[in-house]
Design a protein around this ligand. Structure first.
Ligand code: ZN
Length: 239
């Protein structure tokens, strides 16, 4: 049996195209997954920034309420100054008011500090909102792009698979089972080019007998990787 190496070259080329198309088909959704994960992490950041802002606002409101209560209490004590029975009581009251006012001043400082921190957190929350909006838009844009690409790649794959099936019809009948077995097991590496020195797939060195068989266009399988070997286009035997 004499094999048509041009046919094997065509088959190999189509098999490689299909592998390449499969890789590209998988690549797009993988990229989408990455940007979607990015978007999810920006959403997390936004939620925690919002939560921090909310908690600090609550704490700040509570502190301001506490301050007004304590200020009202001081006012109350001040009215009592006018109705003191003794100097001693008056002095005690004065001392207490002074101490309370001191405590309130500390509280006021704390409130100011909280307000400054609130500004920072509000800014952080705004930034987180913008980051998330951008990530969300990125995911949407990439998903749309990948969807279009996928359609094109699937159409291309269908076309190449059709060409492959057409070429496979020319495989000699007694080779079809072997060919199918090889393709199932090795994919595009079912076939391998050789320069008559080594296998193009696995670099196994060819024996002189193997080279002779190749030149006679016999079905030759690589002893290293098992592929069905063929000679390159335009190969001229030295013999
Ligand atoms: Zn090999």
């Amino acid at each position: 049996m004499s094999l048509d190496y041009a046919l094997l070259r065509t088959l190999h080329h189509r098999l490689r195209m299909l592998t390449d198309l499969d890789e590209r088909i998988q690549k797009g959704p993988r990229k989408v997954k990455i940007v979607a994960a990015n978007e999810a992490s920006f959403l997390n950041a936004l939620e925690s920034a919002k939560q921090n802002l909310l908690e600090l606002r609550k704490a700040s409101n509570a502190k301001q309420m506490q301050l007004s209560e304590r200020e009202a209490k001081i006012e109350d004590l001040k009215t009592k100054l006018n109705v003191c029975d003794s100097n001693k009581e008056f002095q005690l009251l004065k001392d207490r008011i002074a101490a309370d006012e001191q405590a309130n001043s500390v509280l006021q400082d704390e409130i100011l500090e909280q307000l400054e921190k609130l500004d920072v957190l509000a800014e952080e929350s705004d930034t987180a909102k913008q980051n998330f909006a951008k990530a969300e838009a990125d995911t949407k844009a990439l998903s749309a792009k990948v969807e279009i690409e996928l359609k094109e790649l699937e159409a291309e794959k269908k076309r190449v698979a059709g060409e492959l099936a057409e070429a496979e019809k020319s495989i000699p009948i007694d080779m079809t089972v072997e060919y199918r077995r090889l393709v199932t097991g090795l994919g595009e590496d079912a076939l391998g080019a050789t320069n008559t020195e080594t296998c193009g797939n696995c670099n196994q060195t060819l024996t002189a007998q193997t080279v002779n068989e190749l030149i006679m266009r016999k079905p030759v399988f690589c002893k290293g990787c098992g592929c069905l070997m063929y000679l390159p286009e335009g190969f001229v035997s030295a013999k």
